[in-house]
Design a protein around this ligand. Structure first.
Ligand SMILES: [Fe+2]
Length: 266
């Protein structure tokens, strides 16, 4: 099989295939800052409507747990999520932040998840955990990649973990012996790789490998977005085009091919 790629393309792809993830420095800082500023606007709006005062000088996102209870967290999350997802420029910025690497890793004609997910994890909050899992077991196509972008620095339990590929293989094959995800995690917790991702960096990972999070035991709150991308014409699974994914980059040759009509015989 031929492998006609540039050195950068080869190295980026090797990293994803070897480790299951790829962390990059975001070059489009302006687009990232726009997303953070829009998020902050909607956060402030939610508090304003409830007449709750936010100390504007504090690092609001990192310290949001000082102003909100766990019971109200989902209301804030949904407010910000819904407002941002109504905004086409937010979607466009999100894609362009990762485009250089999505092009290399997925292809230059892609489908994007219609709604970008938002995760907010307050310190010690156990209400929004993702137990160890691989999304492919739950109906995602193994051809999908996730672009994960934090709005604050994330490390240790404030971040997410992924299983090193070799260990993933070993535990995945033994999987049906376990009857609960917490038992799986007990087995693998000493072996998981916690991803250290700062504001200004992005992560692309494959959902074919087990990953998840635990209670945030750090002192500050996590804010991160995640959104799936896949090569437009690669196989879909439970999450289909039109329903869950939207094509965002269809190139001319594909458009011509899709619209091609055979000459009428008679
Ligand atoms: Fe997942």
């Amino acid at each position: 099989m031929e492998n006609y790629f540039t050195t950068e393309e080869i190295n980026t792809q090797k990293s994803l295939i070897k480790k299951g993830y790829f962390i990059f420095d975001i070059k489009e800082k302006k687009l990232l800052n726009e997303i953070r500023d829009k998020t902050l606007f909607h956060v402030k709006d939610w508090f304003k409507k409830r007449k709750i005062k936010l100390k504007i000088n504090t690092n609001i996102l990192n310290n949001i747990h000082k102003f909100i209870s766990i019971e109200n967290l989902n209301s804030l999350r949904l407010h910000v999520y819904n407002k941002l997802n109504l905004d086409r420029k937010f979607h466009e910025n999100y894609f362009f932040i990762g485009k250089q690497y999505i092009d290399i890793l997925c292809g230059n004609e892609v489908s994007m998840q219609k709604k970008v997910n938002l995760s907010i994890q307050l310190p010690k909050d156990d209400s929004s955990l993702l137990p160890v899992h691989s999304d492919v077991w739950q109906g995602d196509s193994p051809y999908e990649l996730v672009l994960w972008i934090p709005l604050v620095n994330c490390a240790k339990t404030k971040s997410m973990y992924i299983l090193p590929k070799k260990i993933n293989k070993k535990f995945q094959d033994k999987l049906f012996k376990y009857n609960s995800t917490s038992k799986i995690f007990d087995e693998v917790k000493g072996k998981v790789k916690w991803l250290d991702i700062k504001y200004g960096q992005g992560l692309i990972f494959t959902q074919n490998i087990m990953h998840g999070n635990v209670v945030n035991l750090e002192k500050t709150t996590r804010w991160s977005f995640n959104c799936r991308f896949k090569s437009l014409l690669s196989p879909y699974s439970g999450k289909t085009i039109g329903d869950f994914f939207s094509p965002i980059t269809i190139r001319a040759a594909t458009r011509l091919g899709m619209n091609y009509e055979e000459p009428k015989k008679k």
